[in-house]
Design a protein around this ligand. Structure first.
Ligand code: C2O
Ligand code: CU
Ligand code: CU
Length: 560
């Protein structure tokens, strides 16, 4: 059933410890200069052919006043099933792209912006050349051709700009959209379909008084990440869904640059998830709330059956704390403490940490309302079991005792992975992975407080507030995303957060399914198992706080 080919043959590969040796690939720089030929492959016969153009546009986002200038993916279906593209009218989001597993896809991407760009299909398992690696960034007026087969199982993915050092701003300006994949397993389930299967794309923005997008570029706001004061759902503010008294599937995607949502209902009703990232779960998971970090998706089963016509539910981002550096959140509390906003409204202006209009990370705010407007008697029932897939265990990996490290660290103004900033043409020894292997990877915070790097730093960090060394002052939550195949999370160990703060988030992580992005709270250590199958080449891993990504909190694996 699963597409994972288990590799029980242990390969005892020599990795140099935390590999200081690195290899340089000058060819990549050539690619970046547009010297890689990108044209349709003869003999590749696509089932689906799409032309996507990134262009400046003007759309009505706010109800009153002028249209907002955006960057937008305009798309046209050249070949393939009619429902492949679902256009959202008057919206800056690109159309929803609906794929079926097994389809062969060709996409012509035209860059009609006045700056470089490239698209990445976040969640899809595709060859390096079709993954939107920033080395393939094309210039204004150029065209890039993607070709791939949809190998993913059913789930929800995300396409967005991945332009070198411009990702955050281009996604902010609108270069993003939702992808769905369906397959035979999913079709056998009685899940809500069509008008009952809806997107829930969450983004925060800040507008000036002429309705134009404001994006802060100050160094400090880039370090914490951009936080807007206006919450958009599917590209619009103050969204209300009129729903029938039955079950719906809402595909929630956090497409924000750095805001982390804690999804929950105003009346305390728990939330049920049937999928995470690009995969449906084995069994539904019901939680009091669900944490959703930038780049993550969660397929929600929202059941309004039994609710009477006229009833209204509000989905909130509920208050939480501990995701921001202690320094920044103390400032938040200090300045905004008297207001009703949870977590304070303001970030210390003096520190230059104002990150928009004053809606702090962890603040409580409404996301969308759901009004029950029609009574119906039939509704799909939540299946007890969803899909089957293999659980990856340490027996499947060839490096159980030597996990590949992803060490998170922050120097002032420099968030890093494995002690390095991104560089297009470099990989370290341990970032070289043989194709076909399945690896254990350990993601952890490394504040340089202990010699010998990659242990965890619990002893000092447990002390919380008072005892923090320089590194801890910068400790914050990071959503870590790996390109290529989805992975499974095998363990999550809390560490550096104050217990009372950890309590505000800990029930919201759904770690049982297939993932490509995982929220790592301060001090946490997370182990994952990831297959590196099918494709050789360069596959990125990075923080999906997009400001962090652009500041160089990104590295790559070289699969050979
Ligand atoms: Cu969603 Cu490398 O990105
Ligand atoms: Cu990605
Ligand atoms: Cu980060």
């Amino acid at each position: 059933m699963s597409t994972i080919k288990k590799n029980n043959r242990r390969q005892f590969l020599q990795h140099s410890a935390l590999g200081l040796a690195s290899a340089t690939f000058p060819g990549l720089l050539l690619a970046n200069q547009g010297q890689v030929k990108s044209s349709p492959t003869r003999g590749f016969n696509p089932d689906v052919e799409i032309e996507i153009t990134a262009r400046k546009g003007y759309v009505p986002i706010l109800k009153k006043g002028p249209n907002t200038q955006v960057q937008k993916f305009y798309a046209k279906l050249l070949k393939g099933p009619k429902g492949t593209l679902q256009h959202l009218k008057g919206n800056y989001l690109g159309p929803i792209i609906n794929y079926e597993k097994g389809q062969k896809v060709r996409i012509y991407f035209n860059n009609a912006l006045s700056e470089p760009s490239i698209i990445h299909w976040h969640g899809l398992h595709v060859p390096q050349k079709s993954d939107g690696h920033p080395m393939y960034t094309i210039q204004s007026g150029e065209r890039y051709v993607y070709e791939f087969e949809v190998m993913n199982r059913a789930g929800t993915s995300f396409y967005h700009s991945h332009t070198h050092e411009l990702t955050a701003e281009q996604v902010y300006q609108g270069l993003a959209g939702l992808i769905t994949v369906t397959d035979d397993q999913e079709k056998k389930l009685d899940l809500p379909r069509d008008e009952f299967d809806l997107p829930l794309v969450l983004q925060d923005r800040t507008f000036n008084n002429r309705n134009q997008l404001r994006y802060l570029r100050g160094m400090h706001s880039r370090m914490t990440g951009f936080l807007g004061d206006t919450i958009l759902v599917n590209g619009k503010p103050n969204v209300t869904f009129s729903v029938k008294s039955r079950a719906y599937r809402f595909r929630a995607l956090n497409g924000s640059n750095s805001r982390i949502y804690k999804l929950g209902w105003d009346d305390g009703t728990p939330l049920t998830a049937i999928g995470t990232d690009a995969g449906i779960l084995e069994t539904p998971e019901t939680r009091p709330y669900i944490m959703l970090a930038p780049g993550e998706r969660v397929d929600l089963w929202l059941d309004f059956s039994g609710r009477s016509v006229g009833s209204k539910l509000v989905m909130y981002s509920l208050p939480y704390s501990g995701a921001m550096p202690p320094m920044a959140s103390n400032m938040q509390k200090g300045k905004g403490g008297s207001s009703k906003r949870m977590g304070g409204g303001m970030m210390g202006g003096g520190m230059g940490m104002m990150s928009g209009g004053g809606l702090a990370q962890g603040a409580k705010f409404p996301i969308a309302s759901f009004n029950v407007t029609e009574k119906v008697s039939d509704s799909p029932k939540l299946p007890k079991r969803l899909v089957k897939f293999d659980r990856l265990t340490e027996r499947d990996v060839d490096n159980a005792h030597k996990p590949l490290p992803i060490a998170i660290s922050m120097k002032p103004m420099r968030p890093m992975l494995n002690g390095k900033s991104y560089s297009m043409d470099k990989v370290m020894d341990f970032e070289r992975v043989p194709v076909g292997s399945i690896k254990k990877i350990k993601i952890f915070h490394d504040h340089g407080m202990e010699k010998g790097a990659h242990g965890n730093n619990n002893s000092k960090m447990k002390m919380g507030g008072g005892m923090m060394g320089g590194g801890m002052m910068m400790s914050m939550a990071h959503p870590i995303h790996l390109h290529g195949q989805q992975y499974q999370i095998i363990s999550r160990k809390p560490g550096g957060m104050r217990l009372d703060e950890y309590e505000t988030v800990k029930d919201g992580f759904i770690d049982s399914g297939w993932k490509d992005t995982v929220l790592v709270m301060p001090g946490e250590e997370i182990e994952i198992i990831k297959p590196f199958q099918d494709f050789k080449g360069f596959f990125l891993y990075h923080c999906h706080n997009l400001e962090h990504e652009d500041l160089g909190m990104m590295r790559q694996f070289y699969v050979y």
